[in-house]
Write a protein that binds this ligand. Structure first.
Ligand code: SAM
Ligand code: SF4
Length: 426
């Protein structure tokens, strides 16, 4: 039987797509291997969100090409957003590459692999892969893609160009997957989508989908990522407030604290609207933990705009944040604008937001010392033998002495110490 090795880059959507490809290829006779040196097919599932991500992947492709020297039949391919971004230009530019497959072409992958070198980057308005069965990673958490694509066209972002139009998986198919993973023993479900809360299947909006999933036996916790602030409707907030399994945790990308920058990003909200949304969420969901994405150095971002981002971070006090230097992307609106912030200044601003966030994260976590927290046990702690690690409802990592607890179990532990990223418990 031929074997396939898949390496995944980028966001959780790609991790989920890799599980989908693994499942689909397994049903077509491919075994999975974790050794590229043994694989007949080597596939990189790629990210195009920033230039740096693409450079890394070109480097990795060069390194993997050595497997073809000894075993010339090996097929090397690129899947995902970068495949879609460069399309057929990739085969010209990269001699050892055999195939390029975009995010909407995975269904055809087994058939294509049996033919000549190929490029399949057709985007499809309807493809949701709802009928394909993913080979999910073992563990307590199952990721379920409920919508694909994005219609928002934020001016900095390549996603709508490489992942195509927004479309939702039918609610019945989503709920069938929730029931299936519950039966398989997963305890936590995370709904995934580029703008996950834009989900809609007829009368079933995102809030209604959460409520229906909440009723599935066997699942302990429900989460979702990433919601867009503009789609954070009353129905979604009400579902968070009333469904006991929906965890009090939200990754709500803000991007900037400056209303002028947000307008040029075409995010669809002002800093004030975002702050009011945060207030409404805190009022509805006690103990809510918030995290975010922030971009520094967007074209036209002045020192005052940047200060507004720092001010918003201080006002919201996010539990954690992913912070990025703006990276100019082809196809996008902002990609045609002059960059006004130098690399050095972007780096300075990035260090400043990272420093501030570390302070805030450390102070929030220090405030939890002495508290009892509920942990869904995931497995052994990475750095301490005999300790376990898991997550609180707020998605904070806790490490604690095992004392007979097992993965999948909910335990209560007392926090004795903390860092900006981890709670230590007894
Ligand atoms: N759909 C989500 C949203 O709207 O908030 C985010 C999805 S995107 C894959 C993840 C994050 O990458 C974004 O929130 C943004 O902070 C960052 N990002 C996207 N394009 C970027 C760019 N051109 N430069 C730097 N960061 C970027
Ligand atoms: Fe990109 Fe904006 Fe869509 Fe998020 S909502 S994926 S940032 S275009």
């Amino acid at each position: 039987m031929p074997s396939v090795y898949i390496e995944t880059y980028g966001c959780q959507m790609n991790v989920s797509d890799t599980e989908l490809m693994r499942g689909h290829l397994a049903r077509s006779g491919y075994t999975a291997t974790t050794e590229p040196g043994e694989a007949d097919v080597i596939l990189l599932n790629t990210c195009a969100i920033r230039e740096h991500a693409e450079e890394r992947i070109f480097g990795r492709l060069g390194a993997l090409a050595r497997h073809k020297v000894r075993r010339p039949h090996v097929q090397i391919g690129l899947a995902g957003c970068m495949a879609q971004h460069f399309r057929d230009r990739l085969l010209d530019r990269t001699p050892h590459l055999d195939f390029v497959v975009g995010p909407d072409a995975y269904r055809r992958l087994p058939a294509l692999l049996s033919g000549d070198p190929f490029v399949d980057v057709r985007l499809d308005r309807d493809e949701t892969y709802a009928d394909l069965v993913p080979n999910r990673a073992a563990g307590v958490r199952a990721w379920i893609t409920i919508m694909r694509g994005c219609d928002k066209f934020c001016t900095f972002c390549i996603v709508p160009y490489v992942r195509g139009r927004e479309r939702s998986v039918l609610a019945e198919a989503v709920l069938a997957q929730v029931r299936e993973v519950a039966e398989q023993g997963y305890r936590e479900v995370v709904f995934l989508g580029q703008t996950v809360n834009a989900y809609r299947d007829g009368a079933t909006d995102f809030g209604a989908l959460l409520a229906a999933a909440n009723a599935v036996d066997g699942i302990t916790r429900l989460r979702f990522t990433s919601p867009h602030p503009s789609d954070m409707t009353e129905s979604a907030i009400a579902a968070m407030a009333t469904c006991e399994k929906v965890a009090p945790q939200l990754h709500l990308p803000v991007q900037s604290g400056s209303t002028a920058v947000l307008a040029r990003m075409e995010r669809g909200y002002s800093a004030d609207v975002y702050l009011r949304l945060v207030d409404r969420l805190h009022a509805a969901v006690p103990g809510l933990a918030l995290s975010t994405d922030i971009i520094v150095g967007f074209p036209g971002e002045t020192e005052a705009d940047f200060d507004a981002t720092l001010a918003l971070m201080r006002a919201v006090r996010f539990d954690s944040a992913f912070m990025f230097k703006y990276s100019r992307r082809d196809h996008t609106k902002a990609g045609k604008w002059d960059e006004t912030v130098s690399e050095a200044e972007k780096a300075r601003r990035l260090q400043a937001v990272i420093g501030l966030q570390e302070e805030i994260s450390a102070s929030i976590n220090a405030g939890l010392v002495g508290a009892d927290v509920e942990v869904l046990v995931e497995g052994p702690a990475r750095r301490r033998a005999g300790w376990l690690a898991g997550k609180t409802p707020q998605f904070k990592t806790v490490v604690f002495p095992a004392k007979g607890a097992t993965p999948g179990e909910l335990v209560r532990v007392r926090v004795t110490d903390s860092t900006a990223h981890t709670l230590i418990a007894a």
